[in-house]
Ligand binder design. Sequence first.
Ligand SMILES: [Zn+2]
Length: 419
Amino acid sequence: MEVRRTAPVKLVVPDERRDDLHETARQFRYCANRASEFCWSDTSYTECVTANTTARDGLYDDLREETGLTANLVQEAIRRGVQAVKGCVERWRQGKRVSRPEFTSWSLLYDKRSATFYRNKVSLSTVNGRVECDFELPSDSPTPYEEYVLSEEFEFRASTLQYDAVDDEFYFHITTRKYDCDGDDGGSAEVSADTEHQTVLGIDLGVNSLAVSSTGTFWQADDYDHWTQEFEKRRGEMQQRGTQAAHNAVRRLGKREQAWRKQYIHTVANEVVTEALSYDCDVIVFEDLTDIRERLPEAKWHHVWAFRRLFEYVSYKAPEQGVSMEQVEPNHTSQRCSRTDCGFTHDDNRHGEHFECQKCGYETSADYNAAKNIGLRYARKRQHSLRSSPKSGSGDAEVDLRINGGTLNGDGYQRIAGD
Ligand SMILES: [Zn+2]
């Protein structure tokens, strides 16, 4: 049985940031209403969309472009719209009178990524960067951080930020849940993931391929490049004509190209998640994309675009399948030898698509080598932190990386002969 708790906490919002929260709530409401419109059908409840994934795939990109909201807030807003429509469909099915849900109230939904807890404050995503708000608490009460974040009993789920217009105050409603172990569900599925064995899939975003997994699957860029060129060629031809009709045609083509591009990356993202599931991976690890433009000066603009989208898409699709997403520092993942007994790092190890270690002679595809390094970096980091943590403290904590034909653990011990 799941036990949920909600605790309202008054926030001290800096005066100069209050407008940022109001604007964030306005845009959040806009997104929720767009989702409600997208899902609704006046004709029949059977034509309403009730699957979050359908709504999100159809709206996410547009809403990210139209608003200043972060990825997680856009997703929460879409989810809210879908939930409301779902509720209406249920009542409609029972023969009750319903109309399309409309959002008018001031309310923002924060998840673990868009709200970060500190001992005495919380940092919230807004359309204008993060805002830090102190908790206003009676002096003798435990802070939400102590009560929920450090709690082993309750798990932080999500929080709703609400604005009380009467007294002009912001309240943060923190929702936690706990599984009652005596209940039927047993709660075993919810034991802290921090000390669990993990299996990792590493993903490299390459110059040669769009993505390569540590299991040796390549998502080639050929098709994607080919169609991008075709679109560019068509656009060039139309632009030369210079007429209004041609101008309109160019705009239509641009829209079609955008739609095609997104669809393509959605497909790759789905396949990446499927790859993780089929190898029983709990975690997908990407490199940090922050400076990718600088790190891959040779990458074409449409590849950089594809990398960012792919990362975004996978980071919302994977958790729905119970797979989490992590990122690691990208330094030298291409130059380092991924043989765990070697690890030699040198610029000369890599020649375009080919990797050849100058020390041990290991030869493989450069992108595959990098994908293994990305997964290994996460595995080592986690193994290290698990062992030094007073909580687990044991040497049993294990993190495995799935590679082509086998598994490596964070210590470099290869369980099954691989590549
Ligand atoms: Zn080597």
